[in-house]
Design a protein around this ligand. Structure first.
Ligand code: ASP
Ligand code: MG
Length: 241
């Protein structure tokens, strides 16, 4: 069995009950004999809250401190999710971006991933641990904390998938797939069963917010099969490949 990557967005993990709900998806893959790597965002609207608290102090934060502040949310998520998994009797370990490390350029607030070192992930997987990695975070070669831009955890998930040559990357979210229009706003929107990377890029460029743009570009470049699916409903999602 291969490596499966599962990414959970903020709305999928916004409270403790939801964190335990995500564990069901993780455990299902793990118990089926797969090696499982999980990427998480910050819980709920935490990143928005950090930004508004930042604005109470300054509208022009130094880019470095902005990233130090914004990257905090994902660290909370990884620790809590591992505690949930341990509570259920599973062996899991969390990693921040800098611990992996996920090396990026120094474009604070909108950085690009340059390199991912996979040694620690592989070592933990070989010890049969579920690996939980903070999305959105990176580190420069100078040791500065960076972030990938809003929604960047999707990009972390796909980049990690590419670096591990994962079988598939599941993006769990609060919609059950990719639609031609925002299903939260339009009742007559239609869900795609399957999409090419190029079609997905076109949808993203036209404003579809379901996936981070850079994530689709990386998925295309490294041919990572992606599935966007619901955390809450047992329905088939959208396959992008
Ligand atoms: N927590 C970050 C954000 O809210 C990254 C993400 O959720 O993907 O933008
Ligand atoms: Mg998102």
């Amino acid at each position: 069995m291969g490596i499966i990557v599962e990414k959970f967005g903020g709305s999928s993990i916004s409270n403790t009950e939801k964190l335990f709900n995500c564990c069901k998806h993780i455990i299902k893959e793990y118990d089926a004999g797969n090696k499982v790597v999980v990427i998480v965002s910050a819980q709920g609207k935490l990143t928005d809250r950090l930004i508004s608290e930042e604005k109470e102090i300054t509208l022009h934060p130094s880019p470095r401190e902005h990233d130090v502040l914004l990257s905090v949310g994902e660290q909370i998520s990884i620790a809590k999710l591992v505690m949930c998994l341990e509570n259920l009797g599973y062996n899991a370990i969390s990693f921040c971006g800098w611990q992996i490390p996920i090396i990026t350029d120094n474009k604070h607030g909108d950085c690009n991933i340059k390199k991912i070192k996979t040694d620690k992930i592989i070592e933990a997987l070989n010890q049969n641990k579920i690996v939980v990695i903070a999305g959105f975070q990176g580190i420069t070669t100078n040791g500065e904390i960076t972030t990938l831009g809003r929604g960047g955890s999707d990009t972390t998930a796909v980049a990690i998938s590419a670096s591990l040559n994962a079988e598939i990357c599941y993006i769990y979210t609060d919609v059950d797939g990719v639609y031609d229009k925002d299903p939260r706003m339009y009742k007559n929107s239609l869900k795609f069963k399957e999409l090419t990377y190029d079609k997905m890029l076109e949808l993203s460029n036209n404003g579809a917010k379901v996936l981070h743009n850079k994530c689709v570009e990386i998925a295309k470049e490294y041919k990572v099969p992606l599935v966007v699916k619901s955390t809450f409903k047992e329905v088939t999602g959208t396959l992008i490949n």
